[in-house]
Write a protein that binds this ligand. Structure first.
Ligand code: HXC
Length: 514
Protein backbone atom coordinates (compact mmCIF):
# COMPACT_ATOMS: atom_id res chain seq x y z
CA UNK A 1 0.00 0.00 0.00
CA UNK A 2 1.33 3.47 -0.83
CA UNK A 3 2.05 5.94 1.97
CA UNK A 4 -0.85 8.05 0.75
CA UNK A 5 -3.27 5.14 1.19
CA UNK A 6 -1.80 4.39 4.63
CA UNK A 7 -2.44 7.98 5.61
CA UNK A 8 -6.01 7.85 4.30
CA UNK A 9 -6.56 4.63 6.21
CA UNK A 10 -5.20 6.23 9.41
CA UNK A 11 -7.50 9.24 8.97
CA UNK A 12 -10.53 7.02 8.40
CA UNK A 13 -9.76 5.01 11.53
CA UNK A 14 -9.26 8.16 13.58
CA UNK A 15 -12.50 9.72 12.38
CA UNK A 16 -14.43 6.60 13.30
CA UNK A 17 -13.00 6.40 16.82
CA UNK A 18 -13.29 10.14 17.43
CA UNK A 19 -17.07 9.81 17.08
CA UNK A 20 -17.09 8.13 20.50
CA UNK A 21 -20.40 6.38 21.16
CA UNK A 22 -21.99 7.59 17.90
CA UNK A 23 -24.49 10.23 16.81
CA UNK A 24 -27.44 9.13 18.97
CA UNK A 25 -25.38 9.03 22.16
CA UNK A 26 -23.81 12.41 21.31
CA UNK A 27 -27.27 13.91 20.72
CA UNK A 28 -28.39 12.54 24.10
CA UNK A 29 -25.35 14.13 25.72
CA UNK A 30 -26.15 17.49 24.09
CA UNK A 31 -29.80 17.22 25.16
CA UNK A 32 -28.58 17.01 28.75
CA UNK A 33 -26.78 20.34 28.23
CA UNK A 34 -23.39 18.62 28.25
CA UNK A 35 -20.41 19.02 25.92
CA UNK A 36 -18.72 15.86 24.65
CA UNK A 37 -15.44 14.72 26.19
CA UNK A 38 -13.50 15.88 23.12
CA UNK A 39 -15.24 19.27 23.03
CA UNK A 40 -14.36 19.78 26.70
CA UNK A 41 -10.68 19.06 26.20
CA UNK A 42 -10.49 21.32 23.15
CA UNK A 43 -12.31 24.14 24.96
CA UNK A 44 -10.03 23.99 27.99
CA UNK A 45 -6.66 23.65 26.32
CA UNK A 46 -4.83 26.21 24.20
CA UNK A 47 -5.87 26.12 20.55
CA UNK A 48 -4.32 23.21 18.61
CA UNK A 49 -2.24 22.14 21.61
CA UNK A 50 -3.94 18.79 22.32
CA UNK A 51 -1.95 15.68 21.59
CA UNK A 52 -3.94 12.49 22.07
CA UNK A 53 -2.63 9.07 23.12
CA UNK A 54 -4.18 5.61 23.11
CA UNK A 55 -6.93 6.61 20.68
CA UNK A 56 -7.09 3.04 19.37
CA UNK A 57 -7.26 1.29 22.73
CA UNK A 58 -10.18 -1.16 22.91
CA UNK A 59 -11.79 -2.76 25.93
CA UNK A 60 -11.08 -6.33 26.99
CA UNK A 61 -14.49 -7.26 28.39
CA UNK A 62 -15.57 -10.75 27.35
CA UNK A 63 -18.63 -11.40 29.52
CA UNK A 64 -22.30 -10.46 29.15
CA UNK A 65 -21.95 -9.97 25.38
CA UNK A 66 -19.18 -7.42 25.73
CA UNK A 67 -16.99 -9.40 23.33
CA UNK A 68 -19.30 -8.28 20.51
CA UNK A 69 -19.21 -4.59 21.50
CA UNK A 70 -16.83 -1.98 20.18
CA UNK A 71 -16.12 0.74 22.76
CA UNK A 72 -14.11 3.45 21.07
CA UNK A 73 -11.08 4.48 23.11
CA UNK A 74 -12.72 2.48 25.89
CA UNK A 75 -14.69 5.52 26.95
CA UNK A 76 -11.90 7.86 27.93
CA UNK A 77 -9.70 10.33 26.07
CA UNK A 78 -6.18 11.01 27.35
CA UNK A 79 -3.38 13.28 26.24
CA UNK A 80 -1.24 16.34 26.83
CA UNK A 81 -1.71 19.96 25.90
CA UNK A 82 -1.07 23.45 27.16
CA UNK A 83 -2.93 26.09 29.12
CA UNK A 84 -1.50 29.59 28.68
CA UNK A 85 1.50 27.92 27.05
CA UNK A 86 2.37 25.54 29.92
CA UNK A 87 1.99 21.77 29.67
CA UNK A 88 -0.73 19.78 31.41
CA UNK A 89 -1.81 16.14 31.29
CA UNK A 90 -5.51 15.53 30.88
CA UNK A 91 -8.11 12.79 30.70
CA UNK A 92 -11.82 13.10 29.96
CA UNK A 93 -14.29 10.29 30.36
CA UNK A 94 -16.64 9.89 27.40
CA UNK A 95 -20.16 9.23 28.64
CA UNK A 96 -21.30 8.42 25.11
CA UNK A 97 -19.22 5.21 25.27
CA UNK A 98 -20.80 2.75 27.73
CA UNK A 99 -21.69 5.62 30.04
CA UNK A 100 -17.98 6.43 30.54
CA UNK A 101 -17.88 3.36 32.77
CA UNK A 102 -14.47 2.28 33.97
CA UNK A 103 -13.18 -1.04 32.70
CA UNK A 104 -9.62 -2.38 32.76
CA UNK A 105 -8.30 -0.62 29.63
CA UNK A 106 -10.14 2.61 30.50
CA UNK A 107 -8.32 2.57 33.86
CA UNK A 108 -4.99 1.75 32.19
CA UNK A 109 -5.35 4.82 29.99
CA UNK A 110 -5.99 7.01 33.02
CA UNK A 111 -3.10 5.56 35.02
CA UNK A 112 -0.82 5.99 31.99
CA UNK A 113 -1.51 9.73 31.81
CA UNK A 114 -1.24 10.01 35.60
CA UNK A 115 2.21 8.38 35.52
CA UNK A 116 3.17 10.71 32.73
CA UNK A 117 2.03 13.79 34.68
CA UNK A 118 4.01 12.74 37.73
CA UNK A 119 7.15 11.90 35.75
CA UNK A 120 6.99 15.14 33.74
CA UNK A 121 6.02 17.16 36.83
CA UNK A 122 3.01 18.83 35.23
CA UNK A 123 -0.56 19.31 36.53
CA UNK A 124 -3.12 16.56 35.98
CA UNK A 125 -6.67 17.47 35.02
CA UNK A 126 -9.34 14.76 35.14
CA UNK A 127 -12.78 15.33 33.64
CA UNK A 128 -15.22 12.87 35.19
CA UNK A 129 -18.45 11.83 33.47
CA UNK A 130 -19.07 8.19 34.28
CA UNK A 131 -21.46 5.58 35.58
CA UNK A 132 -18.64 4.17 37.74
CA UNK A 133 -17.12 0.71 37.74
CA UNK A 134 -18.05 -1.15 34.50
CA UNK A 135 -20.35 -3.75 35.91
CA UNK A 136 -19.59 -6.31 33.17
CA UNK A 137 -15.85 -6.27 33.94
CA UNK A 138 -16.18 -7.14 37.61
CA UNK A 139 -13.04 -7.12 39.69
CA UNK A 140 -10.95 -5.66 36.83
CA UNK A 141 -12.89 -2.40 37.23
CA UNK A 142 -12.30 -2.38 40.97
CA UNK A 143 -8.59 -3.01 40.37
CA UNK A 144 -8.56 -0.06 37.99
CA UNK A 145 -10.00 2.28 40.61
CA UNK A 146 -7.52 1.06 43.21
CA UNK A 147 -4.63 1.81 40.87
CA UNK A 148 -5.96 5.31 40.22
CA UNK A 149 -6.38 6.05 43.95
CA UNK A 150 -2.83 4.83 44.61
CA UNK A 151 -1.44 7.23 42.01
CA UNK A 152 -3.59 10.13 43.27
CA UNK A 153 -2.00 9.59 46.67
CA UNK A 154 1.57 9.26 45.43
CA UNK A 155 1.20 12.40 43.28
CA UNK A 156 -0.43 14.37 46.11
CA UNK A 157 1.72 17.34 47.06
CA UNK A 158 4.03 16.81 44.08
CA UNK A 159 1.89 17.97 41.14
CA UNK A 160 -1.43 19.81 41.24
CA UNK A 161 -4.38 17.47 40.65
CA UNK A 162 -7.62 18.97 39.42
CA UNK A 163 -10.92 17.10 39.10
CA UNK A 164 -13.85 18.33 37.07
CA UNK A 165 -17.21 16.65 37.61
CA UNK A 166 -19.26 17.02 34.44
CA UNK A 167 -21.92 14.36 34.72
CA UNK A 168 -22.40 11.43 37.02
CA UNK A 169 -19.47 10.48 39.20
CA UNK A 170 -20.94 7.45 40.86
CA UNK A 171 -19.78 4.72 43.19
CA UNK A 172 -16.02 4.22 43.44
CA UNK A 173 -15.48 7.01 40.91
CA UNK A 174 -16.00 9.65 43.61
CA UNK A 175 -12.85 8.77 45.50
CA UNK A 176 -10.36 9.85 42.89
CA UNK A 177 -11.69 13.45 42.89
CA UNK A 178 -11.85 13.33 46.69
CA UNK A 179 -8.12 12.55 46.75
CA UNK A 180 -7.24 15.44 44.42
CA UNK A 181 -6.53 19.06 45.31
CA UNK A 182 -9.38 20.94 43.64
CA UNK A 183 -12.83 19.72 42.56
CA UNK A 184 -14.94 21.75 40.12
CA UNK A 185 -18.71 21.25 39.78
CA UNK A 186 -21.38 22.68 37.48
CA UNK A 187 -24.95 23.39 38.51
CA UNK A 188 -27.48 20.77 37.30
CA UNK A 189 -24.73 18.75 35.54
CA UNK A 190 -22.46 17.38 38.27
CA UNK A 191 -23.72 14.45 40.35
CA UNK A 192 -21.52 12.76 42.92
CA UNK A 193 -22.61 9.97 45.18
CA UNK A 194 -21.43 6.62 46.49
CA UNK A 195 -24.82 4.97 46.28
CA UNK A 196 -27.35 6.08 43.69
CA UNK A 197 -31.05 6.87 44.26
CA UNK A 198 -32.17 3.45 42.93
CA UNK A 199 -30.09 1.54 45.47
CA UNK A 200 -31.13 3.91 48.26
CA UNK A 201 -34.77 3.28 47.37
CA UNK A 202 -34.27 -0.50 47.33
CA UNK A 203 -32.21 -0.72 50.51
CA UNK A 204 -33.61 2.11 52.61
CA UNK A 205 -36.98 2.71 50.96
CA UNK A 206 -36.18 6.42 50.62
CA UNK A 207 -36.94 8.39 47.46
CA UNK A 208 -34.48 11.12 46.53
CA UNK A 209 -33.49 12.76 43.27
CA UNK A 210 -29.88 12.65 42.02
CA UNK A 211 -29.75 16.44 42.35
CA UNK A 212 -30.81 16.43 46.01
CA UNK A 213 -28.56 13.49 46.79
CA UNK A 214 -25.32 14.74 45.30
CA UNK A 215 -25.86 17.68 42.94
CA UNK A 216 -23.36 20.48 42.49
CA UNK A 217 -24.86 22.71 45.18
CA UNK A 218 -24.86 19.91 47.74
CA UNK A 219 -21.12 19.44 47.30
CA UNK A 220 -20.30 23.14 47.05
CA UNK A 221 -22.37 24.18 50.10
CA UNK A 222 -22.87 21.21 52.39
CA UNK A 223 -20.30 18.43 52.01
CA UNK A 224 -17.36 20.63 51.04
CA UNK A 225 -16.27 18.07 48.42
CA UNK A 226 -16.33 20.75 45.72
CA UNK A 227 -14.04 23.77 45.69
CA UNK A 228 -15.50 25.67 42.75
CA UNK A 229 -19.12 26.00 41.63
CA UNK A 230 -20.06 27.19 38.13
CA UNK A 231 -23.33 27.71 36.28
CA UNK A 232 -22.08 26.34 32.95
CA UNK A 233 -19.29 24.14 31.65
CA UNK A 234 -17.75 27.17 29.93
CA UNK A 235 -17.67 29.13 33.20
CA UNK A 236 -16.12 26.10 34.89
CA UNK A 237 -13.31 25.92 32.30
CA UNK A 238 -12.59 29.63 32.75
CA UNK A 239 -12.32 29.02 36.52
CA UNK A 240 -9.83 26.19 35.92
CA UNK A 241 -7.72 28.43 33.68
CA UNK A 242 -7.71 31.14 36.33
CA UNK A 243 -6.70 28.68 39.05
CA UNK A 244 -3.87 27.44 36.86
CA UNK A 245 -2.39 30.96 36.77
CA UNK A 246 -2.06 31.02 40.56
CA UNK A 247 -0.47 27.64 41.28
CA UNK A 248 3.01 26.23 40.68
CA UNK A 249 3.32 23.40 38.13
CA UNK A 250 4.99 21.18 40.74
CA UNK A 251 6.26 21.29 44.28
CA UNK A 252 9.80 22.33 43.35
CA UNK A 253 8.79 25.42 41.46
CA UNK A 254 7.08 28.75 42.13
CA UNK A 255 3.92 29.86 40.32
CA UNK A 256 4.70 32.02 37.31
CA UNK A 257 5.03 35.61 38.53
CA UNK A 258 2.76 38.33 37.16
CA UNK A 259 3.67 42.00 36.72
CA UNK A 260 3.17 43.69 40.14
CA UNK A 261 0.05 45.84 40.35
CA UNK A 262 -1.37 48.10 43.04
CA UNK A 263 -4.79 47.30 44.48
CA UNK A 264 -7.62 49.06 42.67
CA UNK A 265 -10.21 48.69 45.43
CA UNK A 266 -12.45 51.72 45.73
CA UNK A 267 -12.94 51.53 49.55
CA UNK A 268 -10.46 53.10 51.92
CA UNK A 269 -8.91 50.36 54.07
CA UNK A 270 -9.51 52.49 57.18
CA UNK A 271 -13.25 52.55 56.53
CA UNK A 272 -13.74 48.78 56.32
CA UNK A 273 -13.94 47.91 60.02
CA UNK A 274 -17.01 49.51 61.66
CA UNK A 275 -16.33 51.63 64.75
CA UNK A 276 -18.74 49.47 66.78
CA UNK A 277 -16.76 46.27 67.50
CA UNK A 278 -19.98 44.25 67.45
CA UNK A 279 -20.74 45.17 63.84
CA UNK A 280 -19.68 42.71 61.12
CA UNK A 281 -17.91 43.54 57.84
CA UNK A 282 -16.74 41.57 54.83
CA UNK A 283 -13.14 40.49 55.38
CA UNK A 284 -12.77 40.03 51.60
CA UNK A 285 -12.74 43.84 51.43
CA UNK A 286 -9.54 43.83 53.48
CA UNK A 287 -8.00 41.26 51.12
CA UNK A 288 -9.03 43.34 48.11
CA UNK A 289 -7.52 46.42 49.71
CA UNK A 290 -4.12 44.75 50.00
CA UNK A 291 -3.82 42.25 47.11
CA UNK A 292 -2.41 43.10 43.67
CA UNK A 293 -5.11 44.43 41.38
CA UNK A 294 -7.59 43.69 44.23
CA UNK A 295 -7.82 40.26 42.62
CA UNK A 296 -8.86 37.58 45.09
CA UNK A 297 -9.58 34.07 43.76
CA UNK A 298 -11.75 32.52 46.43
CA UNK A 299 -11.86 28.76 47.03
CA UNK A 300 -14.85 26.93 48.58
CA UNK A 301 -16.77 30.19 48.64
CA UNK A 302 -20.08 28.49 49.47
CA UNK A 303 -18.81 26.01 52.07
CA UNK A 304 -18.16 27.06 55.70
CA UNK A 305 -18.25 30.76 54.75
CA UNK A 306 -17.22 31.75 58.28
CA UNK A 307 -13.69 31.33 57.00
CA UNK A 308 -12.40 32.67 53.70
CA UNK A 309 -9.57 31.01 51.78
CA UNK A 310 -8.08 31.66 48.38
CA UNK A 311 -5.24 32.95 46.27
CA UNK A 312 -4.10 36.45 45.49
CA UNK A 313 -0.82 38.05 44.44
CA UNK A 314 1.48 40.37 46.29
CA UNK A 315 3.92 42.17 44.02
CA UNK A 316 3.13 39.62 41.30
CA UNK A 317 3.76 36.51 43.41
CA UNK A 318 1.08 34.09 44.55
CA UNK A 319 0.09 34.05 48.23
CA UNK A 320 -2.61 32.10 50.06
CA UNK A 321 -5.05 34.11 52.18
CA UNK A 322 -6.78 32.60 55.21
CA UNK A 323 -9.21 35.01 56.87
CA UNK A 324 -11.98 34.80 59.44
CA UNK A 325 -15.23 36.14 58.02
CA UNK A 326 -17.06 38.31 60.63
CA UNK A 327 -20.12 38.34 58.32
CA UNK A 328 -20.89 34.69 59.09
CA UNK A 329 -21.13 33.35 62.67
CA UNK A 330 -18.80 36.21 63.69
CA UNK A 331 -15.99 34.29 61.94
CA UNK A 332 -15.78 31.47 64.52
CA UNK A 333 -13.86 28.29 63.92
CA UNK A 334 -16.12 25.23 63.81
CA UNK A 335 -15.74 21.71 62.41
CA UNK A 336 -16.20 22.65 58.74
CA UNK A 337 -14.23 25.90 58.75
CA UNK A 338 -11.38 24.11 60.53
CA UNK A 339 -11.29 21.41 57.85
CA UNK A 340 -11.47 24.03 55.11
CA UNK A 341 -8.64 26.14 56.50
CA UNK A 342 -6.39 23.23 57.48
CA UNK A 343 -6.49 21.62 54.05
CA UNK A 344 -5.73 24.89 52.30
CA UNK A 345 -2.81 25.63 54.64
CA UNK A 346 -1.41 22.20 53.82
CA UNK A 347 -1.85 22.86 50.09
CA UNK A 348 0.06 26.14 50.37
CA UNK A 349 2.79 24.47 52.39
CA UNK A 350 3.15 21.57 49.93
CA UNK A 351 3.47 23.96 47.00
CA UNK A 352 5.63 26.57 48.70
CA UNK A 353 3.03 29.34 48.71
CA UNK A 354 3.37 31.93 51.54
CA UNK A 355 0.33 32.23 53.80
CA UNK A 356 -1.18 35.52 54.96
CA UNK A 357 -3.66 35.12 57.82
CA UNK A 358 -6.17 37.87 58.64
CA UNK A 359 -7.71 37.37 62.04
CA UNK A 360 -10.95 38.57 63.54
CA UNK A 361 -12.83 35.93 65.49
CA UNK A 362 -14.19 35.21 68.94
CA UNK A 363 -12.82 31.63 69.18
CA UNK A 364 -14.14 28.11 68.55
CA UNK A 365 -17.93 27.72 68.25
CA UNK A 366 -19.42 26.52 71.55
CA UNK A 367 -22.32 24.06 71.80
CA UNK A 368 -23.31 20.43 72.11
CA UNK A 369 -23.69 19.99 68.33
CA UNK A 370 -20.14 21.10 67.68
CA UNK A 371 -18.69 19.15 70.58
CA UNK A 372 -20.43 15.98 69.41
CA UNK A 373 -19.49 16.61 65.79
CA UNK A 374 -15.86 16.54 66.88
CA UNK A 375 -14.80 20.19 67.07
CA UNK A 376 -11.82 19.07 69.17
CA UNK A 377 -10.55 16.74 66.43
CA UNK A 378 -11.41 19.10 63.56
CA UNK A 379 -10.10 22.18 65.35
CA UNK A 380 -6.82 20.42 66.03
CA UNK A 381 -6.27 20.19 62.26
CA UNK A 382 -5.81 23.96 62.10
CA UNK A 383 -3.22 23.88 64.90
CA UNK A 384 -1.45 21.01 63.17
CA UNK A 385 -1.48 22.57 59.71
CA UNK A 386 -0.14 25.94 60.83
CA UNK A 387 2.51 24.40 63.11
CA UNK A 388 3.61 21.99 60.41
CA UNK A 389 3.89 24.64 57.68
CA UNK A 390 7.39 25.91 56.94
CA UNK A 391 6.43 28.41 54.22
CA UNK A 392 6.47 32.10 55.16
CA UNK A 393 3.60 32.64 57.60
CA UNK A 394 2.37 36.15 58.33
CA UNK A 395 -0.58 37.17 60.51
CA UNK A 396 -2.41 40.45 60.80
CA UNK A 397 -4.87 40.68 63.71
CA UNK A 398 -7.57 43.04 62.53
CA UNK A 399 -9.90 42.99 65.51
CA UNK A 400 -10.89 40.09 67.78
CA UNK A 401 -8.36 37.42 68.67
CA UNK A 402 -9.92 35.61 71.57
CA UNK A 403 -9.05 32.39 73.32
CA UNK A 404 -8.28 29.33 71.20
CA UNK A 405 -8.80 31.45 68.12
CA UNK A 406 -5.86 33.67 69.03
CA UNK A 407 -3.60 30.62 69.24
CA UNK A 408 -5.07 28.77 66.25
CA UNK A 409 -4.97 31.54 63.66
CA UNK A 410 -1.24 31.32 63.04
CA UNK A 411 -0.07 32.86 66.30
CA UNK A 412 3.56 33.48 67.10
CA UNK A 413 3.32 30.42 69.33
CA UNK A 414 2.55 28.17 66.32
CA UNK A 415 5.53 29.53 64.44
CA UNK A 416 4.32 32.68 62.69
CA UNK A 417 7.26 34.54 61.14
CA UNK A 418 5.63 37.95 61.42
CA UNK A 419 2.78 39.04 63.69
CA UNK A 420 1.15 42.39 63.08
CA UNK A 421 -1.92 43.92 64.72
CA UNK A 422 -4.09 46.87 63.81
CA UNK A 423 -4.77 49.29 66.71
CA UNK A 424 -8.34 47.91 66.72
CA UNK A 425 -7.05 44.45 67.78
CA UNK A 426 -8.47 42.89 70.93
CA UNK A 427 -6.33 40.04 72.18
CA UNK A 428 -7.65 38.27 75.26
CA UNK A 429 -8.66 34.94 76.71
CA UNK A 430 -12.30 35.68 75.97
CA UNK A 431 -14.64 38.52 74.96
CA UNK A 432 -14.98 41.46 77.43
CA UNK A 433 -18.66 40.75 78.26
CA UNK A 434 -18.04 37.13 79.24
CA UNK A 435 -14.72 37.86 80.92
CA UNK A 436 -16.11 40.71 83.07
CA UNK A 437 -19.12 38.69 84.20
CA UNK A 438 -16.83 35.90 85.42
CA UNK A 439 -13.97 37.76 87.08
CA UNK A 440 -16.11 40.60 88.50
CA UNK A 441 -19.12 38.38 89.31
CA UNK A 442 -19.21 39.34 93.00
CA UNK A 443 -18.82 43.11 92.47
CA UNK A 444 -21.55 43.11 89.82
CA UNK A 445 -23.98 41.06 91.93
CA UNK A 446 -23.43 43.17 95.06
CA UNK A 447 -23.63 46.53 93.28
CA UNK A 448 -26.64 48.82 93.84
CA UNK A 449 -26.91 49.08 90.05
CA UNK A 450 -25.57 45.76 88.62
CA UNK A 451 -26.12 46.86 85.00
CA UNK A 452 -24.05 50.00 85.46
CA UNK A 453 -21.41 48.08 87.40
CA UNK A 454 -21.17 45.49 84.64
CA UNK A 455 -20.67 48.24 82.04
CA UNK A 456 -17.89 49.74 84.17
CA UNK A 457 -16.19 46.37 84.62
CA UNK A 458 -16.48 45.50 80.92
CA UNK A 459 -14.80 48.81 80.10
CA UNK A 460 -12.13 48.13 82.73
CA UNK A 461 -11.43 44.78 81.09
CA UNK A 462 -11.32 46.34 77.61
CA UNK A 463 -8.88 49.03 78.79
CA UNK A 464 -6.66 46.46 80.44
CA UNK A 465 -6.70 43.54 78.00
CA UNK A 466 -8.80 44.03 74.85
CA UNK A 467 -6.11 45.81 72.89
CA UNK A 468 -2.94 44.79 71.07
CA UNK A 469 -0.50 46.43 73.49
CA UNK A 470 -0.32 43.73 76.18
CA UNK A 471 0.63 41.14 73.51
CA UNK A 472 3.01 43.66 71.91
CA UNK A 473 4.70 44.35 75.27
CA UNK A 474 5.60 40.66 75.46
CA UNK A 475 6.87 40.44 71.87
CA UNK A 476 3.99 38.17 70.80
CA UNK A 477 3.09 40.89 68.27
CA UNK A 478 5.99 42.39 66.29
CA UNK A 479 4.32 45.69 65.44
CA UNK A 480 1.04 47.49 65.90
CA UNK A 481 0.50 49.00 62.46
CA UNK A 482 -1.82 51.51 60.84
CA UNK A 483 -4.23 49.82 58.41
CA UNK A 484 -3.04 52.04 55.52
CA UNK A 485 0.48 50.62 55.89
CA UNK A 486 -0.63 46.97 55.80
CA UNK A 487 0.24 46.24 52.15
CA UNK A 488 3.67 47.84 52.34
CA UNK A 489 4.48 46.00 55.58
CA UNK A 490 3.28 42.67 54.16
CA UNK A 491 5.31 43.18 50.98
CA UNK A 492 8.39 43.84 53.08
CA UNK A 493 7.74 40.78 55.28
CA UNK A 494 7.25 38.60 52.17
CA UNK A 495 10.48 39.93 50.68
CA UNK A 496 12.43 39.23 53.88
CA UNK A 497 10.97 35.73 54.16
CA UNK A 498 11.50 34.80 50.50
CA UNK A 499 14.68 32.94 51.47
CA UNK A 500 13.15 31.40 54.60
CA UNK A 501 14.57 28.02 55.56
CA UNK A 502 13.12 26.10 58.46
CA UNK A 503 14.26 22.57 59.19
CA UNK A 504 12.24 20.02 61.12
CA UNK A 505 13.23 16.74 62.75
CA UNK A 506 13.44 13.91 60.25
CA UNK A 507 10.46 11.59 60.30
CA UNK A 508 8.54 9.39 57.93
CA UNK A 509 5.49 11.62 58.35
CA UNK A 510 3.45 13.11 61.15
CA UNK A 511 0.06 11.89 62.27
CA UNK A 512 -2.36 14.76 61.75
CA UNK A 513 -5.81 14.52 63.37
CA UNK A 514 -7.52 13.39 60.13
C1 HXC B 1 -21.61 -0.49 32.71
C2 HXC B 1 -22.89 1.38 32.46
C3 HXC B 1 -22.64 1.77 33.79
C4 HXC B 1 -21.79 0.93 34.57
C5 HXC B 1 -23.90 3.25 32.90
N1 HXC B 1 -23.69 2.31 31.95
N2 HXC B 1 -23.29 2.93 34.04
N3 HXC B 1 -22.37 0.28 31.93
N4 HXC B 1 -21.30 -0.18 33.99
N5 HXC B 1 -21.50 1.23 35.83
C6 HXC B 1 -24.18 2.30 30.58
C7 HXC B 1 -25.66 2.01 30.50
O1 HXC B 1 -25.88 0.62 30.50
C8 HXC B 1 -25.98 2.62 29.14
O2 HXC B 1 -25.54 1.73 28.14
C9 HXC B 1 -25.10 3.83 29.09
O3 HXC B 1 -24.06 3.59 30.04
C10 HXC B 1 -25.81 5.12 29.50
O4 HXC B 1 -26.43 4.87 30.75
P1 HXC B 1 -27.95 5.28 31.02
O5 HXC B 1 -28.38 4.57 32.25
O6 HXC B 1 -28.76 5.06 29.78
O7 HXC B 1 -27.80 6.84 31.25
P2 HXC B 1 -28.57 7.76 32.25
O8 HXC B 1 -30.04 7.50 32.21
O9 HXC B 1 -28.11 9.15 31.96
O10 HXC B 1 -28.07 7.34 33.72
C11 HXC B 1 -26.72 7.50 34.06
C12 HXC B 1 -26.45 6.81 35.44
C13 HXC B 1 -26.94 5.36 35.40
C14 HXC B 1 -27.14 7.61 36.54
C15 HXC B 1 -24.94 6.93 35.69
O11 HXC B 1 -26.43 4.74 34.22
C16 HXC B 1 -26.50 4.58 36.59
O12 HXC B 1 -27.10 4.70 37.66
N6 HXC B 1 -25.44 3.78 36.41
C17 HXC B 1 -24.90 2.99 37.50
C18 HXC B 1 -24.24 3.89 38.54
C19 HXC B 1 -23.62 3.12 39.69
O13 HXC B 1 -24.33 2.64 40.58
N7 HXC B 1 -22.32 2.93 39.63
C20 HXC B 1 -21.63 2.26 40.68
C21 HXC B 1 -20.97 1.06 40.08
S1 HXC B 1 -20.18 0.16 41.41
P3 HXC B 1 -26.28 1.58 26.73
O14 HXC B 1 -25.52 0.48 26.04
O15 HXC B 1 -27.68 1.25 27.04
O16 HXC B 1 -26.15 2.90 26.06
C22 HXC B 1 -18.77 1.02 41.73
C23 HXC B 1 -17.96 0.45 42.86
C24 HXC B 1 -16.52 0.75 42.71
O17 HXC B 1 -18.43 1.96 41.13
C25 HXC B 1 -15.88 0.82 44.07
C26 HXC B 1 -14.43 1.18 43.97
C27 HXC B 1 -13.90 1.68 45.29
Amino acid sequence: MSLKRHILDLRRRKQKVEKGGGETAIEKQAAMGKMTARERILYLLDDKSFSEYDLFVEHEGRDFGMDKKELHGDGVIIGTGTIYGSSVCIFAQDFTVAGGSLGLMHARKITKIMDHALKMRVPLIGINDSGGARIQEGVNSLAGYGEIFYRNTIASGVIPQISVILGPCAGGAVYSPALTDFVFVVDQISKMFITGPNVIKTVLGEEISMEDLGGARIHAEITGNAHFFAHSEQECFEQIKKLITFIPWHNDQKAKPFPPRDPKFEKNIEDIIPSDPRQPYDVRDVIKAIADDSDFFEIQELFAPNIVIGFGRMSGKTVGFVANQPLVLAGVLDCDSSDKAARFIRYCNAFDIPIITLEDMPGYLPGVDQEHAGVIRHGAKVLYAYSEATVPKITVILRKAYGGGYIAMNSRHLGADFMFAWPTAEIAVMGPEGAASIIFKKEIEEAIDPVKMKAIKVQEYIDRFANPYVAASKGYIDSVIEPKDTRAILLHALEVSSTKTELRPEKKHGIPPF
